[in-house]
Design a protein around this ligand. Structure first.
Ligand code: KG4
Ligand code: ZN
Length: 373
């Protein structure tokens, strides 16, 4: 086979795959970190199936994700996860109209596994393929399914533009979401992400990985004023974050503590740490709401997404902030906050419907900012 033929992507065309008599069906694949996930989602916002194979137990003993182990685990799981997603949806691969997979950012070994699986399926069956930016998956999933402050849960219509707090293990950004592929960066972390701060504090306390859910739970019984954690950058007029100072403070408090730590100490520590993260998020979002670009766009909805969006205290503080600013508050349901295939399928559909499909070979990207879509 000639090099040229090897390089050509022989994907399906857009029109042949859109059916006017039924919603468009997308298979989404996620493999950028420690979850191998696949889901079948349709353009009427139905999640027909959603399989998540979590590798967390495999990484737990190392206190964090080991990229090489993750890549190998994705290889072993990916076919099975895709087949289960199809079976559970009651569909065959021929029924699927569009294939979508994370093409970055993330741990490149894992991204490659999901991306190559998706490319193989799309190319062999001549189906359209969408290269999904993982962060766009987080950013758009509330349009598939969200919980609102009034308790409404499910398919809600979150209109563009909206102001997004995107907080995950790898990212911490405030974005003005103007549309699919249209993101304006309002603020971001200068060092660690919020998720990383939760994970590191948990590790320092010997509580395990991933730290966010553990710290969240322990914080519920603790005193948020027991330890004076700093609120970095909160005296600055911009919308940026910094969590390294909070981490250093945690280390300093622990160095002064008498081991072994009591349960009460750990609960108070978690509550105080979490309160500082919440205060930083609210302070930075308050500034974002005064940013001239945000004022001019006047978003009606305040959204939180990414793994850290699972956090109870962050959700309720953001809900209050939205109320104060006469905005709607929306967050994905808990199972769609951390990495999952449904958000990739949904972002795939949103892109597919505006014609954003892969037309020539692309290389998955370990770094891929939303502002480069
Ligand atoms: O979005 P995600 O699944 O993966 C990335 O794209 O990075 O986010 C994972 C992060 C981890 O740092 C985890 O500790 C954090 O989300 N997380 C939480 C909670 N649940 C997960 N952080 C705070 N509170 C939680 N309840
Ligand atoms: Zn993620």
């Amino acid at each position: 086979m000639s090099d040229e033929k090897l390089m050509r992507l022989d994907m399906g065309t857009l029109d042949s795959s859109v059916h006017s008599d039924r919603p468009t069906l997308c298979l989404g694949i996620e493999s950028s970190c420690d979850e191998t996930s696949a889901a079948v989602v349709d353009s009427d916002k139905n999640i027909l199936s959603h399989i998540i194979y979590s590798q967390i137990p495999e990484h737990q003993k190392y206190g964090g994700v080991v990229p090489e182990l993750a890549a190998r685990a994705h290889i072993l799981a990916v076919d099975n996860v895709i087949n289960q997603a199809l079976d559970k949806a009651g569909k065959t691969i021929d029924d699927i109209d569009v294939i979508a997979a994370t093409a970055g950012p993330g741990l490149i070994g894992g991204v490659l596994v999901g991306w190559m699986a998706a490319t193989g399926i799309a190319q062999s069956l001549k189906k359209p393929l969408v290269a999904v930016n993982h962060l766009e998956g987080h950013a758009l999933v509330p349009r598939l399914c969200a919980t609102l402050a009034d308790g409404t849960n499910g398919n809600v219509n979150i209109e563009f533009p909206y102001l997004l707090m995107l907080a995950s293990g790898g990212h911490c950004q405030i974005l003005l979401v103007r549309g699919v592929g249209k993101y304006e960066l309002i603020g971001q972390t200068l060092d660690d992400s919020a998720g990383e701060a939760f994970d590191k504090v948990s590790k320092m306390l010997g509580l395990g990985y991933p730290g966010g859910p553990i710290v969240d739970k322990r914080a519920q019984n603790g005193n948020p004023r027991a330890f004076a954690f700093p609120r970095p950058l909160c005296d600055k007029p911009n919308c940026d974050f910094s969590f390294s100072g909070i981490k250093t403070a945690a280390r300093t408090f622990l160095d002064r503590a008498n081991a072994p730590l009591t349960d009460e100490y750990i609960d108070d520590f978690c509550a105080s740490f979490q309160a500082s993260v919440v205060d930083c998020i609210i302070n930075r979002l308050t500034n974002a709401l005064k940013d001239s670009r945000v004022l001019e766009a006047s978003p009606k909805t305040l959204v939180v997404a990414g793994g850290v969006a699972k956090n109870t205290a962050i959700r309720s503080a953001m809900e209050k902030l939205a109320q104060k600013n006469k905005m709607i508050f929306a967050a994905p349901p808990l199972n769609l906050c951390t990495d999952n295939g449904a958000m990739i399928a949904w972002a795939g559909l949103e892109n597919f419907l505006i014609g954003n499909v892969v037309r020539e070979p692309i290389a998955p990207r370990p770094r891929w900012p939303l502002t480069e879509l």
